[in-house]
Design a protein around this ligand. Structure first.
Ligand code: AKG
Length: 293
């Protein structure tokens, strides 16, 4: 499905977008499940293990900005993670036949108010023994320049690990001034529904609020080589190995000379990146929490 040039592009630039990875039936099934899950958010008043809510959420008018771990909520999300179409790309980009899912989340940017995500490197949240990891963003809607596409800073996956702390605690966001990066170089990752973006775990990325009238739902899967073992939040071996996508697990982590900054002490506000980032000292993206007209 992808060419040698695509693999070279990913290695050099730190990201790639591939069209047509999910078929129409998968997209339809996912959208149905998401519609049911978002409607059921009328039952909850605050964040929980399933939902991260927009600051303007009410039970009368549910506003969900993230569904946590969809692969545990409905088979369609796990089936796509293990589909030949997706694994074919992952094996090539990660150069490995033994792959594990680190986690999954669905970021929903509703028309007019869907929340921004501040600049960060995923590696700042979950450093591993080696950095053969990436995030897949399955586009459930057409993603265009104006409905809050993910923005990436090409080639930053080869650079330093930026500090994601504020006032001595992890905050899940880089200081947009202190890091001295030129954000005007950022590239929007766009594509028709069914496309997948792939970004390296160390690539700097973020995304602006969706102020357009169009939705932008992005199903994110974090995947990596089976011999990349997490340096934080390791729980149970059985659970760890239940996330194998293909190939065999191993009890021998591969240790590479990779730069690491631990996401500790933990963020003041727990539960999601959106909550972690509320304690960032400075924001780059506009935050308009007032209710849409
Ligand atoms: O939703 C997006 O565009 C960016 C998501 C992201 O980077 C994250 O949730 O870690």
């Amino acid at each position: 499905m992808i060419t040698d040039q695509d693999v070279s592009f990913y290695r050099e630039q730190g990201y790639l977008c591939v069209e047509g990875v999910a078929d129409a039936q998968t997209l339809r099934r996912m959208r149905e499940v998401i519609a049911q899950l978002t409607a059921a958010a009328a039952e909850v008043a605050s964040h929980n293990d399933v939902y991260d809510l927009e600051p303007t959420h009410t039970r009368a008018e549910p506003r969900v900005r993230r569904i946590k771990k969809p692969h545990l909520l409905d088979a369609v999300f796990w089936e796509f993670a293990r589909s030949d179409a997706l694994l074919g790309v992952l094996r090539r980009l990660l150069g490995n036949d033994n792959l594990r899912l680190h986690g999954s989340k669905l970021n929903i940017k509703a028309p007019h108010y869907g929340s921004s995500v501040e600049w960060h490197q995923d590696w700042g949240f979950y450093p591993h023994t080696n950095d053969d990891l990436l995030a897949v963003g399955l586009m459930l809607d057409d993603v265009e320049a104006d409905n809050g596409p993910m923005l990436v800073l090409p080639r930053t996956h080869r650079g330093v690990i930026y500090d994601h702390h504020a006032e001595g605690r992890f905050c899940g966001a880089m200081d947009p001034v202190g890091c001295a990066l030129d954000f005007s170089r950022a590239v929007p990752v766009t594509g028709p529904a069914g496309s997948c973006s792939f970004h390296h775990v160390r690539l700097v990325h973020g995304s602006a609020q969706n102020t357009s009238p169009k939705p932008r739902q992005l199903m994110l899967y974090e995947a990596g080589a089976a011999d990349a073992w997490p340096l934080v939040n390791f729980t149970h071996l059985e659970e760890f190995n239940s996330r194998m996508l293909c190939g065999e697990p191993t009890g021998e982590p591969r240790l590479e000379r990779v730069p690491v900054r631990m996401p500790l002490p933990p963020a003041l506000n727990q539960g999601s990146i959106y909550e972690n980032q509320t304690s960032a000292a400075r924001r780059y993206f506009d935050r308009k929490d007032e209710r849409a007209a």
